[in-house]
Structures are given as structure tokens and as C-alpha cells.
Design a protein around this ligand. Structure first.
Ligand code: G
Ligand code: MN
Length: 251
């Protein structure tokens, strides 16, 4: 299922469920970019592709191509309109002189998805992501009616500083802090303080990378509301409209 070509790279997107840990109902999906060589023989690592695009000055093009593809896939599914759709944004795009505000909003409107609940995930890759950069970036997304998430909290440049400066609607706890949380007193203590923090400031907390039932249980016991990870659902293609009955049966 590939229909977009960027040089000799064929782009694709998959969707990973984000689950309400109280009800185990779906809260939404994170869109994840994928890519292969044109002959299909080689799978490109998305993070490598992003670095390559950054070096070549084509980061904005790649970011937008994945976003546009995701929007067309969402438009072709009959999933509930109440779901939240999490899009990753590489904040280094802000350095591209071709950046204009409103690309995503325009793509949504054109696809008939004007009411889609969109959450923009700002990632941990950008070493320059400081207060000034956030001040340039965040209003662009807020103006388009999107919520903001800090991705991979605790990893890379997604630091506690970024958390208090950004004041995001959602924080996604990095999977390295989730891994083994059922067996590690330090990780558990940190989680407890973040749950309390989230509660106090009215921020949603999503635990990423949940792989085992014991990790899931530890997170639920501490009152973490949302979760994501291979245990809850692997990234995969969305059901097409015509596949809807089977998709419900499989869910
Ligand atoms: O940086 P970000 O959190 O957006 O990265 C998401 C990446 O993590 C995706 O490539 C996805 O395939 C991967 N991923 C999602 N869930 C899990 C998980 O439970 N375990 C591991 N190891 N990787 C995961
Ligand atoms: Mn993400």
C-alpha cells in the first residue's frame, strides 16, 4: 500500500493506537512515517531518512509528504470522528524558508476532515528547540486549532525545561522511562511525580512503548490515563472503508 514517491524512496504511513487505560477504549492514533526503496527491497529507517532530509534541506518536503499521505488515508477510513490523531512534526522545519502556516489545516479541509481532532507532537530531535523557537512554532499550530504534545518526554531535547516552557496539552512519556517501570523504584517514583504534575496543571499524560502486562498494570495503578505500545497495538495500516466490518470484528 504505497502511493507516494520522493526520489527513489517510496513513502508510506502506519497508525498506532493510543488507548484509554481506564476503559481500554481507543483515544486515537499516532501517525508514523515509513519508507522503502522504489523496488521494495530495502526498508529505510524513518529516523535516518529524517536526518538525511535535514542534511539535504528537504525536511519540510518529507514532513509534508508524510502528513498529506496520512490525511488521505484517514479520509478513506470510517473510524469514529471522535478519535484524536497525533502527527509528528520535526521542529527543525521551522528553519525552512518555504515554511508557511496552514498546510495541515488546508490539507484537512480539502479532504473533508475539517473537524478532525489533531494533536501535533513536537519531538526531541531539535537541539535548538528553545523558548524563542517554541514561540515561533506553537502559535502556527494553535491558530490551526490543533492541540500540542511534547513527544518523548525525558529523551533527547524533550527535557523538563521544554515541558515547563511549552506547557503542552499532552506529554508523552518516553519509552525508556516506561521500560521496566514495574521493577524499578526510580522510574516508578518519577512517574508518580509526573502523574501528580499532570493532574495539577491539567495536562494529559500518555505512556509510550508499553510492551508487557506488568508495565501496563504499574502504569494503570498510578493512574496514567493513556497508553501506547506494542502490547496495546502495533503500528499498522488503517482499515479502509470497504474493510470496515472485518475491522470491527478484529478490534
Ligand atoms: O519518537 P516517537 O515516539 O514518535 O517514535 C515512535 C516509534 O516507536 C515508532 O517507530 C514505533 O514503531 C516505535 N514503537 C511504538 N511502540 C513501541 C513499543 O512498544 N516498543 C518499541 N520498542 N518501539 C515502539
Ligand atoms: Mn511520536
Amino acid at each position: 500500500m504505497t502511493d507516494l514517491l520522493l526520489g527513489d524512496v517510496v513513502l508510506d504511513v502506519v497508525f498506532q493506537p493510543i488507548v484509554d487505560l481506564e476503559t481500554f477504549g481507543p483515544f486515537g492514533y499516532e501517525v508514523l512515517g515509513r519508507a522503502t526503496s522504489a523496488d521494495g527491497a530495502h526498508v529505510h529507517r524513518p529516523d535516518h531518512l529524517l536526518e538525511q532530509a535535514h542534511a539535504q534541506g528537504t525536511l519540510l518536503r518529507l514532513d509534508r509528504a508524510w502528513r498529506a499521505l496520512a490525511i488521505s488515508r484517514i479520509a478513506a477510513t470510517a473510524l469514529s470522528p471522535h478519535l484524536h490523531w497525533f502527527f509528528n512534526v520535526d521542529t527543525r522545519c521551522i528553519d525552512d524558508p518555504e515554511l508557511t502556516s496552514g498546510f495541515t489545516r488546508a490539507a484537512l479541509e480539502a479532504a473533508g476532515l475539517g473537524d478532525l481532532r489533531v494533536v501535533i507532537e513536537l519531538g526531541e530531535r531539535d537541539p535548538l528547540l528553545d523558548r524563542a523557537r517554541l514561540a515561533r512554532l506553537v502559535p502556527r499550530y494553535a491558530q490551526q486549532g490543533f492541540s500540542i504534545a511534547l513527544d518523548d518526554l525525558g529523551a533527547g531535547h524533550a527535557s523538563l525545561n521544554r515541558l515547563v516552557e511549552l506547557r503542552p496539552d499532552v506529554a508523552k512519556l518516553d519509552m525508556a522511562l516506561v521500560r521496566g517501570i514495574d521493577r524499578d523504584a526510580y522510574r516508578l517514583a518519577l512517574l508518580k511525580s509526573l502523574v501528580r504534575f499532570a493532574d495539577e496543571v491539567g495536562m494529559c499524560l500518555v505512556a509510550e512503548g508499553i510492551e508487557t502486562p506488568s508495565e501496563l498494570e504499574a502504569l494503570r495503578r498510578q493512574g496514567v490515563r493513556f497508553g501506547q505500545g506494542f502490547l496495546l497495538g502495533r503500528p499498522r495500516a488503517l482499515p479502509r472503508m470497504s474493510e470496515r466490518p472485518q475491522a470491527i470484528a478484529a478490534a
